[in-house]
Every structure is written in structure tokens, then in C-alpha cells.
Ligand binder design. Structure first.
Ligand code: ADP
Length: 466
């Protein structure tokens, strides 16, 4: 702030004030309020030294009969010494000496002269008091005032040869008392403020401690949760392995029997075999999805980012899902934004898991019309969008369809199959890829699922291990 103000002042003045500031600069160790006090003292002495020296030189020129005043010459030397002392770490000693020297000099002048002259010297005494109150502790100013009252008010009463300064000293005493009371009150206020600051500081410290404890507890709870998730996922992967092995055997034998390798079956038996096959396939899909979700949640899946062509990826998905769409008698369109770079970086396997999940849902829940897959560019992101003209999702269900095992129609009479895990897997994968997923839908008109992902066009260099 001060520097900004200096910058606006014309250069020569700014340079001069910088030089003067350097002349009253205390050592780096003197900080805060003490620094200002030291600067103030050095400033006063720096002003007094040339003035005293000038008076010393000019007086003999104007009044040759007076000649050089040795007392004034000594004062210049003493003030210059005090100035040097004020710029050291002992600036408070310099302040005390300055106050004593000037005050004593004023005593000499006041008591040594008569009348008007004596009264003028009170200006100096007041100046010394102000200097003392600014640069020294309050009690020093109090002692100073007391000694001034004794010397200037009491002494002339006891020693009649001294000039009487009782009248002006009375004014001086009243003024000084006011000054002291004001300074005492200021100190009380300052102490109160410091006490308040200390209380606030203590409260903040306690709050910080509480926060730290809460944080530690949170960390412990988090670790417990992580351990639980890890144990859950280990349990799930063991169980699903144990379930998949016999299930694959059931599916294998079922397939063999349906192909007629185990002999001929009548229509009823064949129908039962087909139901065993369909239900086993459904169970296998469910087990795979549970396993996938457990792996993602426990952080055991790592992204493998490589450059890929978005157009090729969309083409692959179209080929993979085209048959299903055709079977359901709906169109499957793909649209690629020309603004999208020809190559982008991402994990194609995980992206396919997201895309295929959204596309199969869209096809599953669409009776007529079609499904459109879009890849778009949006500023620093790219967008994967799946729009359908299907049954839509009621507004209240938009809040929970991404949760595990949640479906709009969760009843046992529901028309569409599924486990309710697809969107939970999609949401977790999208989060892993630092993206977000949104859905907009209108009942009986259709739904649009939008996945927004950061657009990366250059692969990050592999970490170098030494
Ligand atoms: P599911 O295996 O049941 O498809 P998901 O987690 O993939 O499980 O989807 C959860 C629910 O969200 C679905 O059961 C369905 O009710 C609703 N849903 C998902 N996609 C669509 C869509 N494109 N149109 C209408 N409803 C949808």
C-alpha cells in the first residue's frame, strides 16, 4: 500500500523520501511497534542535529560578540551520538538519554534565566514529554512529569533566588495529567483488546483441536469403510467364482442338449431346457455385474488410456448392438461431431462398458422409433450421448435409477428384464474417468443419457521409475 502510494509521487520526491526513510531505518531485528518508535526517535534526532548545528554556525555570524557557544556545540555532538544510538538495537536507551538530556538542558535554561524566557522553555518540556510518551513506557513519562513538577514548581518556592515558574507550571501539570490519563486509558483499551484477541486465539486453538480430532475420527472411519469395501469385494469375487464354475457347466450341458447331442427331446422338454438356458444366462450376467461393481468400488480397476478413433469406436458399438436393434425393429443411428479430433485418449474397454450398457438399455426400453448414439465436442470436454424414443423414465425415478439394484419397475411382474446394476456400474466408471453423467427423460417420449468426459488428445508420458 505504502509502496503503491510512493509510486504515484513524482520521482525526485519519491527518491528523497526513500533516502530519508533509509536514514531512520532501525536494524532488521527491531519489529512491530518498537520499529515505529525507533523510527520516530531517529526522525526527531535527525531533525534536531542539523537545526542545532545551523544555530551554532549562524549565531556567531549574526552576533560576532557572542562567538561560538561551547554548550551548543556539545549539544550537537551529544544529539548526533544519540541519533547513532537510536539506529541500533538499543534505541530505548537512546530514547531515555535523549529525554533526560533535553529535559536537563531545559532545567538549566529555565532556572538560569528570568521572566518570559523561562516560560518559553515549557514548549520544550512539553515536546520532551510527547517524545517520551511515544517512545518509552508510560511510567517513564510519569517520573518525568513528577521531576518537572518538583524542579519547576517546588524548587522556586523553596529557593527564592530561582525565577518563579509556578503559574505556567500549573498549566503544564494539568496538561500533563490529561496526557497521562489519556495514555493510561489508551493502554487499558489496548490491554482489553489484547485479552480479547487472546481469548479468540484460544477459542480458535480449541476449535482446531476439535477439528483435528474429528478429522482423525473421520480418517479412522474412512479406513474402516475402505477395509469393509475391500473385504466385501474379496468375498464377492470368491463367491462369484464359486458360482460361475458350476453355472458355466449348467450352461455348457444345456447348450449341448439343445443342439441335440444328448438325444432328441419333445417340445415340452425342449421348452424347459430353453428356460433353464435363459435363466442361467441371466444369472451369469448378474454375477458378472456384481463382480464388476465390487471391483470398481474397491478401486481394483485401473484405467488403461490409449489413443483411439472415436468414429471407429462408435462403429464397433453399432455393429455389436445392430443385431439386437434389428430384432426389436428399431433404428440405431450414429452421429459423430466433425469438431471432435480424429484421435482422442481414453480407456476404450471401460468406455465400451459404458456405451454398450447405455445402448442396450435404450434398445431394451424402446418399442418403436429408434436409438441415436452421438459423440460431440463441448469446449474442453467430449460428450457421449445415447438418445431413445422409448418408454421414458418418470421424474421421481430419475433420482434413484443410478443406485444399485434400483429399477423403475421393481415388481416381480415387470416386462423388461435386467438386474438394476448396469447404471450403477456406468456411473462408477464415469466418475473414475473424471466425468459426469446426466439424464433427461419424458414419459412415453424417450430418454437421453449424456456422459461428459474431459477431452484429452495427447497421451501423458509414462511415469519414469529409477
Ligand atoms: P437394468 O438392468 O434394470 O436395465 P440399469 O441400472 O441399467 O438396470 O437401469 C436401471 C433402471 O433405469 C432400469 O430398470 C429402467 O427402469 C431405467 N432405465 C434405464 N435406462 C432407461 C432407458 N433408456 N429408458 C427407460 N428407462 C431406463
Amino acid at each position: 500500500m505504502a509502496n503503491a502510494a510512493l509510486n504515484r509521487i513524482p520521482t525526485p520526491i519519491a527518491q528523497l523520501s526513500t533516502r530519508l526513510a533509509a536514514l531512520i531505518e532501525p536494524p532488521a531485528g527491531v519489529k512491530g511497534l518498537q520499529r515505529r518508535q525507533a523510527q520516530m526517535l531517529s526522525g526527531v534526532l535527525l531533525t534536531l542535529v542539523p537545526i542545532a548545528a545551523l544555530i551554532n554556525l549562524v549565531t556567531p555570524l549574526l552576533y560576532p560578540e557572542l562567538g561560538l557557544n561551547p554548550a551548543l556545540m556539545a549539544a550537537v555532538v551529544v544529539l548526533a551520538g544519540l541519533y547513532l544510538l537510536s539506529r541500533s538495537n538499543n534505541y530505548q536507551a537512546a530514547a531515555l538519554l535523549t529525554v533526560i538530556v533535553i529535559n536537563t538542558a531545559v532545567y538549566g535554561v529555565t532556572l538560569g534565566r528570568t521572566g518570559e524566557d523561562s516560560i518559553h522553555s515549557f514548549n520544550y518540556i512539553l515536546a520532551v514529554m510527547v517524545l517520551s510518551s511515544i517512545t518509552l513506557p508510560l511510567w517513564v513519562t510519569g517520573v518525568l512529569m513528577l521531576s518537572n513538577v518538583i524542579v519547576l514548581q517546588v524548587l522556586p518556592l523553596v529557593i527564592p533566588t530561582l525565577p518563579s515558574t509556578v503559574g505556567p507550571t500549573g498549566v503544564f501539570v494539568v496538561g500533563s495529567v490529561f496526557l497521562l490519563v489519556f495514555m493510561w486509558y489508551r493502554d487499558v483499551l489496548e490491554r482489553d483488546r489484547q485479552a480479547e484477541v487472546a481469548i479468540a486465539f484460544e477459542q480458535t486453538r480449541k476449535a482446531n483441536e476439535l477439528l483435528k480430532t474429528a478429522n482423525d475420527e473421520l480418517k479412522a472411519a474412512n479406513k474402516l469403510a475402505q477395509d469393509t469395501i475391500r473385504l466385501k469385494s474379496e468375498f464377492v469375487s470368491t463367491i462369484s467364482h464359486e458360482l460361475r464354475t458350476p453355472l458355466n457347466a449348467v450352461l455348457g450341458f444345456c447348450g449341448i442338449m439343445l443342439e441335440g447331442m444328448g438325444g432328441e427331446f419333445d417340445d415340452d422338454a425342449r421348452h424347459m431346457l430353453e428356460r433353464i438356458n435363459a435363466n442361467s444366462t441371466h444369472l451369469l450376467t448378474l454375477i458378472n455385474e456384481v463382480l464388476d461393481l465390487a471391483k470398481i468400488e474397491s478401486g481394483r480397476i485401473e484405467l488403461v488410456n490409449t489413443p483411439f478413433s472415436p468414429a471407429d469406436l462408435a462403429g464397433r458399438w453399432q455393429t455389436q448392438m445392430g443385431g439386437l436393434a434389428e430384432k426389436r425393429g428399431i433404428k440405431l443411428d450414429v452421429k459423430i461431431d466433425p469438431a471432435l479430433p480424429s484421435m482422442i485418449v481414453g480407456d476404450t474397454e471401460r468406455l465400451s462398458q459404458v456405451g454398450i450398457n447405455l445402448l442396450s438399455n435404450a434398445i431394451k426400453f424402446t418399442e418403436k422409433g429408434g436409438v441415436t448414439l452421438r459423440f460431440l465436442r463441448q469446449d474442453t470436454n467430449w460428450v457421449l450421448e445415447v438418445e431413445d424414443t422409448g418408454i421414458g423414465i418418470p421424474p421421481h425415478a430419475l433420482n434413484y435409477i443410478f443406485d444399485e439394484f434400483r429399477q423403475v419397475d421393481g415388481s416381480s411382474r415387470r416386462v423388461y428384464g435386467g438386474s438394476g446394476l448396469g447404471l450403477a456400474i456406468v456411473r462408477n466408471l464415469v466418475r473414475m474417468m473424471s466425468g459426469q453423467i446426466k439424464v433427461a427423460s419424458e414419459l412415453n417420449k424417450g430418454s437421453t443419457f449424456t456422459v461428459i468426459l474431459p477431452l484429452v488428445t495427447e497421451q501423458a508420458p509414462a511415469a519414469v521409475t529409477s
